[in-house]
Design a protein around this ligand. Structure first.
Ligand code: HEM
Length: 173
């Protein structure tokens, strides 16, 4: 096997592994964690959120950076030196659209989900310092932040499904 094909196999593998890490984290959030969270007591839900979400978003952002770097390297290697391949072939258009949607997904995570999670963790820590009350629900700020996450995470779930379709289409037609 020539060195350039070994490098290509390696970059492809890195792209796969990073893609499954990002997708795995998003899909697990939507399909497994969100339904389970709804069944937990508010104080348990609060401590799970504080521990789980910051790590989850850090992993997603780091894996998305690796994913994009490997994706661009793969696109450059397979697309050749003529950039018009990304505008006038089905393969190129699928990769280009997938790449643009990946950026939307990435900035959604970096600029909306990450700061929201930071504020949520802070708000939950403050709420935890007050005596628990059975009659009042979670503070309004917590509800607002949770609602933001409940919009951003499913949006990224949908984007990931579309990107996956486009990548599969590019690779297999
Ligand atoms: C900057 C963003 C991205 C770029 C430039 C990119 C580029 C590419 C390229 C060039 C290929 C190879 C296609 C071929 O073999 O002909 C590929 C395959 C693939 N990409 Fe991406 N990609 C990006 C983001 C993503 C994301 C976000 C995901 C996951 C949601 C993803 C999942 C995959 C998968 C699973 C394959 C393999 C498809 C298969 O062989 O069936 N990619 N990508």
């Amino acid at each position: 096997m020539a060195l350039d094909s070994i490098v290509l196999v390696l970059v492809r593998w890195i792209h796969f592994a990073a893609a499954f890490t990002v997708i795995g984290a998003i899909f697990t959030s939507v399909i497994v964690l969100t339904p389970i969270m709804k069944t937990l007591q508010p104080d348990v839900r609060g401590s799970v959120t504080v521990k789980l979400l910051p790590r989850m978003i850090r992993v997603q952002i780091a894996a998305a950076l690796v994913l994009m770097a490997a994706g661009v390297a793969l696109a450059a290697a397979l697309g050749g030196s003529d950039y018009r391949v990304f505008l006038n072939t089905k393969w190129g258009l699928a990769i280009l659209t997938g790449g643009i949607l990946t950026l939307v997904m990435f900035f959604n995570a970096l600029l909306i989900a990450r700061p929201t999670i930071k504020r949520l963790v802070k708000a939950l820590s403050h709420a935890g310092e007050k005596p628990p009350s059975a009659t009042t629900g979670p503070p309004a700020e917590v509800v607002k932040l949770q609602n933001t996450l409940n919009r951003v995470i499913p949006t990224n779930f949908l984007l990931a499904l579309i990107i996956l379709f486009l990548m599969g289409f590019a690779a297999h037609g």
